[in-house]
Design a protein around this ligand. Structure first.
Ligand SMILES: Cc1ncc(COP(=O)(O)O)c(C=O)c1O
Length: 505
């Protein structure tokens, strides 16, 4: 008997929705440029930046939105952001090559934030072009100061990245010490005095312009605590004669991938039931996504991104700024305003929400050996080309049938209609599964159909792409809507110019 389909259908907003409806355009692109293929909508990244800006306006806050470049390698997205208001939109680069790319796409150094651990060359170029260096440690500050002196560079703006925040007795009066998650990056707040001393030592070559954190969590409470602590530490710095002006709260605003809360609830409940053995497995070879059955009880933590989110992106920033902070009981937006601090954010995933999709051609469809109701669908892509699963993001692809039907070799499943399939990749490797779970599609695909994985621009599109077996890495195209039809160009050829070539507007 066939099990009832457990869909996890994607949230698709316009204009991505209308692109998806133009199946013949997407088929034509894939026919010309091959499978896999990444399709980006650069206009949407600018609209997302504007949505973040509107949260700033609502709270009367100044400061910049820095795109965390690591989320996507595209030139089109970075160029489109470079064309936004320079005072409002910057870029966060985490490697020498990301910095070079940002500069080549039109960002001036002053709009760049250099984050993460940095080698000498990265530090030198960041300092040379006047980027803000988001310091990972006191040691990194020493290395930067040495370079500035040795090569006669100008004074560098720096932020100090902090980690391991706690609500300590001195500030709460409550006597509780709640540690935020540990991180490999940044200086633990408990050791911040080392950095203040290093800043004083190097005051001739660097200027502290703010404090920063990036917490790899979706927990609002933890972030609110860190934000509030930074505001208090900013005052402590001022007391030492330093002049910080901005708090950088990093990224992690999140994206809602699955449209329907009920579908997400049903799927996660079914996962627990499957792990307990009261229903068939939802995934390849009984995979439990980190959950296990211990004597009839589900144990472990599901390694899953919360794919349905009622509050995400700019809405999450709004919520963070509005809810009373845990220690002082005032909204962080009010604290920032009262203490005359600017706000910096570094959204990656959330800034490229709804900015693109990844297409894969269906190459082969065959029944699995052990279950005639389940099929293996082999795609012209591998798990590196759409790394949703790698990031724990579970969301269904959209089937785009080829007009005129398939090749006639495959029958519809008994009764037709919805079908559970395993999506497998093009590598000669057992582990190359596009998704480990059974994916339900409205009907069995045929060779020649396309599957569109929507909303892949954040980390899923090219973060893990590789050349194993010399399989082709996806080409990336930028699409824009013009005069009733979609226009495309290679990602590297996109520039944010709207008037026709050579014609003054
Ligand atoms: C320092 C820093 N800022 C921003 C981000 C972006 O995070 P997200 O894509 O979750 O917004 C990251 C992600 O790793 C990061 O390390």
């Amino acid at each position: 008997m066939k099990d009832a389909p457990l869909y996890l259908r994607p949230r698709v907003d316009p204009p991505l929705a209308s692109l998806l409806q133009d199946a013949s355009f997407l088929h034509a692109l894939c026919d010309a440029l091959g499978s896999p293929l990444n399709v980006l909508l650069p206009e949407v990244v600018a609209e997302n930046a504007e949505r973040f800006r509107s949260v700033y306006r609502r709270h009367h806050l100044a400061g910049r939105v820095y795109f965390a470049h690591k989320a996507n390698r595209s030139s089109a997205l970075v160029r489109r952001l470079a064309a936004c208001d320079p005072a409002a939109v910057g870029i966060d680069v985490a490697s020498l090559d990301e910095l070079r790319h940002a500069l080549g796409c039109g960002f001036t150094g002053e709009r760049v934030m250099a984050t993460g651990p940095k080698d000498r060359d990265f530090l030198w170029l960041a300092a040379r072009v006047g980027a803000t260096v988001n310091l990972d440690s006191a040691g990194e500050l020493d290395r930067l100061a040495h370079l500035v002196r040795r090569y006669g560079l100008g004074r560098v703006d720096v932020l100090v990245r902090l980690s391991e925040f706690e609500a300590d007795a001195g500030h709460t009066g409550a006597g509780t010490r709640v540690l935020s998650r540990r991180s490999r990056f940044g200086t633990p707040v408990g050791r911040s005095a080392d950095v203040w001393r290093a800043l004083e030592r190097h005051a001739d070559v660097v200027e502290l312009t703010g404090l920063a954190y990036h917490l790899d969590t979706t927990a609002l409470e933890e972030k609110a605590r860190a934000l509030e602590r930074c505001v208090l530490l900013m005052d402590e710095c001022r007391g030492r004669g330093l002049r910080p002006r901005a708090v950088d709260i990093g990224g992690g605003f999140g994206v809602g991938y699955v449209a329907d809360a009920g579908e997400w609830e049903r799927w996660t409940t079914a996962l627990s039931e499957a792990v307990l053995g009261v229903r068939p497995s939802l995934a390849w070879r009984g995979h439990g996504y980190g959950l296990r059955n211990e004597g009839g009880t589900v144990r472990g933590t599901a390694a899953l991104y919360p794919a349905h989110r009622s509050v995400a992106g700019p809405g999450y920033l709004d919520a963070l700024l509005s809810r009373p902070a845990p220690v002082l009981g005032r909204p962080p937006a009010t604290l920032l305003l009262e203490h005359l601090n600017d706000l910096y954010v570094e959204p990656g995933r959330a800034l490229v929400d709804q900015c693109g999709l990844s297409l894969a051609r269906v190459l082969d469809v065959r029944p699995t050996g052990d279950d005639p109701t389940r099929h293996l669908v082999r795609l012209g892509m591998n798990a590196g080309d759409v790394s949703l699963e790698e990031h724990g993001v579970l969301v269904d692809p959209v089937l785009l049938p080829r007009a005129g039907g398939g090749d006639g070799r495959h029958d519809e499943p008994p009764g037709g209609g919805p079908v559970g399939v395993h999506l497998v990749g093009n590598l000669c490797l057992e582990a190359d599964l596009i998704t480990r779970r059974v994916v339900y599609l409205p009907r069995l695909p045929r060779a020649g159909d396309l599957l569109a994985f929507v909303n892949t621009a954040g980390y899923a599109m090219d973060f893990h792409a590789h050349h194993a077996q010399r399989q082709p890495v996806a080409r990336t195209v930028a699409v824009t809507r013009g005069e009733g039809a979609w226009r495309w160009c290679p990602d590297e050829d996109y520039w944010p110019l709207t008037d026709p070539q050579g014609v003054p507007s």
